[in-house]
Design a protein around this ligand. Sequence first.
Ligand SMILES: Nc1nc2c(ncn2[C@@H]2O[C@H](COP(=O)(O)OP(=O)(O)OP(=O)(O)O)[C@@H](O)[C@H]2O)c(=O)[nH]1
Ligand SMILES: [Mg+2]
Length: 458
Amino acid sequence: MYQYKGFEDTIAAIITPSGTGGVGVVRLSGADTFMILQRIFTGKNSMQPSLWPTFTVHHGWIKTLKGDVIDEVLVSIMRAPKSYTCEDVAEISCHGGPAAVRAVLAVCLEQGARLAHPGEFTKRAFLHGRIDLAQAEAVLDVISAKTDAALRASERQLKGELSIELEALRAVLLQVLSGIEAVLNFPEDDTDAGQGEKLRLDIVAARLRLTGLLATAKSGRILKEGIKVVICGKPNVGKSSLLNAFLRAPRAIVTDVAGTTRDVLEELANIDGIPITLVDTAGILVPRDKVEEEAVRRSRASLESADIVLLVLDQSLSLDDVDRSLIAEIKNPHTIFVWNKADLVAAGHENSGRSSVYVSAMTRQGLDELKAMMVQIALDGQGFDGRGLVINDMRHVEALCRAEHALARAETTAADHQSFEFSAEDIKIAVNELDAITGRNVDDDVVEQIFSKFCIGK
Ligand SMILES: Nc1nc2c(ncn2[C@@H]2O[C@H](COP(=O)(O)OP(=O)(O)OP(=O)(O)O)[C@@H](O)[C@H]2O)c(=O)[nH]1
Ligand SMILES: [Mg+2]
């Protein structure tokens, strides 16, 4: 079990982003919180910080040891154990300039606090048992969620929905283990052999629950990490216009001059809850000078890392050799042919092709179909409504896979009527994997690795 040696320290850190803002906050957590406040805070009324009741806010000044005022502040108090870390916590809200927050932090450190390590506040919440490891990881996901849907999925994990499901599964597996023990110890009781079959079916049911969780991993990963969509084509077909249409903002320069875009331009868009990095590239052409040569090189380099390619073609003109050679060049299986400038074509097209879509970046016609195709490809055709529990962490996916395999083995040995002892061993492996996710039983270095991904102050 994880051993933590830092509880005796009172830790402090700036918990708001660096830079200028209305308010900056320094957080203190640990047994000396009130002793430190006592030394650095002067309030309007004479009540000592050590007597302040929990969940109260106090107006006053933070001062240096010599008594010089650093800043006017509000201090919020959360006493142990009902605080983020389960320890005594104070949050000092000062003015949001970098100098003020740094000076407030410095005086806390001078008075005996230690600078918190990355994620140490959350780590203390985990080690005091207020949240489990999966919830601690969700804190990081909540902070870095790029869309509402990703935020909702992480909030669900933070609330403990994944932990509840895993604990329920664990309880089922422990029950199966004690059933196996009974069968092994008192085989004569299993007169109709029904107990053995019941245990096997319980293992199957538990395994199917794991399979169900793992089925959400693809959308979970996409929600968390997003995908990269590269817009390419020859010059002037409307690539930058398409980017602007997605963003509903004139982000890229659009002109009727072929070769307007020179640099690769990346913008994040939220499409049906999926964070999509849209990449506008320079038109691919036979370069006439060094600048065009570099621009085309960068366009091609972007294509290599694309999850989806939008190959834009101008449907008001007939295909030429440049279009044809581009079509032949792009090998990404997730390529959508985007026939742009539909507004210039009298007849109009049905948007029925499997990987073709007819759009107008100018009138936005066909854009919804294009978005739907992108989402369909991103999620491999699996819908997601953004409401259910999703697995979004590779560590969880790997542990769940190992647990699923262990249960599949347990199922096979049980079906073969081999000794249940083998099944029991595999079920114990599965339980250990679930415990590694929630942190009931996890290696020290895994815990260290998880919290090292946090920023200082969380
Ligand atoms: N009628 C019509 N014109 C469009 C449409 N999309 C783009 N255009 C026009 O086509 C021209 C080129 O548009 P851009 O978006 O700059 O094309 P691009 O593919 O980014 O061009 P480069 O950056 O030079 O490679 C501009 O004059 C646009 O107004 C469309 O859907 N309909
Ligand atoms: Mg352009």
